[in-house]
Design a protein around this ligand. Structure first.
Ligand SMILES: Cc1cc2nc3c(=O)[nH]c(=O)nc-3n(C[C@H](O)[C@H](O)[C@H](O)COP(=O)(O)OP(=O)(O)OC[C@H]3O[C@@H](n4cnc5c(N)ncnc54)[C@H](O)[C@@H]3O)c2cc1C
Length: 233
């Protein structure tokens, strides 16, 4: 059997989504050199004192040296996840247009174990598993609504209605795509908020994917972030 090679810059997320690292200009050395320019000093390789400096900057929340880098992500996620994501203003977005292109017929159907109930009150909700029959019937309801919505969309487009109007029938479970370019400081803020237990499970999965790229490209910075209770500097 031929093995499928791993795609290192691509992380599948949910049923039809992904996070792909489209381009990156990021390393730990940029943090150190940005901080040391204050003393007109520059290094070409990291050593133990540089690692200590990064931990110091993180701990003392000297945030700007963590801004001299860039991650460009290509993301495919449900619209409701994108809405949460776009609240993060420090970064640049460009999104797929349902005015100009035909909408995708991919919709998010949670895996049975992700169908959940909401217990408690605002600020203190817990989300608990439901019995398998309810999980299955929920999935069937979603699939049926998605099917009907997409048929209506296609009929409207077929009848000559502009895509920008026809899209009104599509639910927030429809998938969208966007590019997101962000520096490590804003990325840590995103991960801190969106990979947390309090964030919605679906965006949390995406936050975990982008977090894995941060850990890979800036390992010293990432370790310092984790050691600092995952608080962005
Ligand atoms: C669990 C959870 C629940 C949420 N629920 C809701 C909700 O019910 N309703 C809702 O509307 N939003 C909600 N949000 C979104 C939240 O209020 C923020 O808009 C979002 O998390 C972006 O965070 P941010 O402003 O830190 O990020 P960014 O916009 O990326 O900003 C990064 C940092 O830059 C600084 N900054 C950016 N813009 C400004 C500014 N204008 N003034 C001063 N400083 C600035 C701040 O230090 C900020 O932390 C929720 C978020 C989470 C994680």
């Amino acid at each position: 059997m031929t093995e499928t090679p791993a795609i290192p810059d691509h992380r599948p997320v949910l049923d039809h989504g992904f996070v792909r690292l489209d381009a990156v200009m990021a390393d730990d050395l940029s943090v150190v050199n940005a901080a040391r320019v204050s003393f007109a000093r520059r290094k070409d390789a990291m050593d133990a004192s540089d690692e200590g400096l990064i931990r110091f900057l993180m701990r003392e929340r000297h945030g700007t040296p963590f801004e001299h880098n860039s991650f460009r992500f290509h993301v495919r996620c449900p619209i409701f996840v994108a809405r949460e994501w776009f609240r993060h203003r420090i970064g640049s977005f460009n999104e797929f247009s349902m005015r100009y292109a035909k909408a995708t017929d991919d919709f998010y159907v949670p895996a049975p174990e992700d169908v959940r109930s909401q217990v408690g009150k605002p600020g203190a909700y817990t989300f608990e598993s439901v019995d398998p029959e309810l999980a299955e019937s929920t999935r069937e309801t979603l699939e049926s609504v998605y099917r009907t919505a997409y048929e209506a969309y296609e009929q409207l487009v077929e009848a000559g209605i502009a895509r920008e109007i026809a899209r009104c029938v599509l639910p927030v479970g429809a998938y969208t795509e966007f590019f997101w370019t962000v520096n490590a400081r804003a990325l840590m803020n995103f991960v801190s908020l969106r990979a947390a237990d309090t964030a919605q499970r679906e965006i949390r999965r995406y936050a975990e994917a982008v977090e894995s790229f941060l850990a890979e490209k800036m390992p010293v910075t990432y370790d310092a972030f984790v050691a600092n209770d995952r608080t962005s500097p």
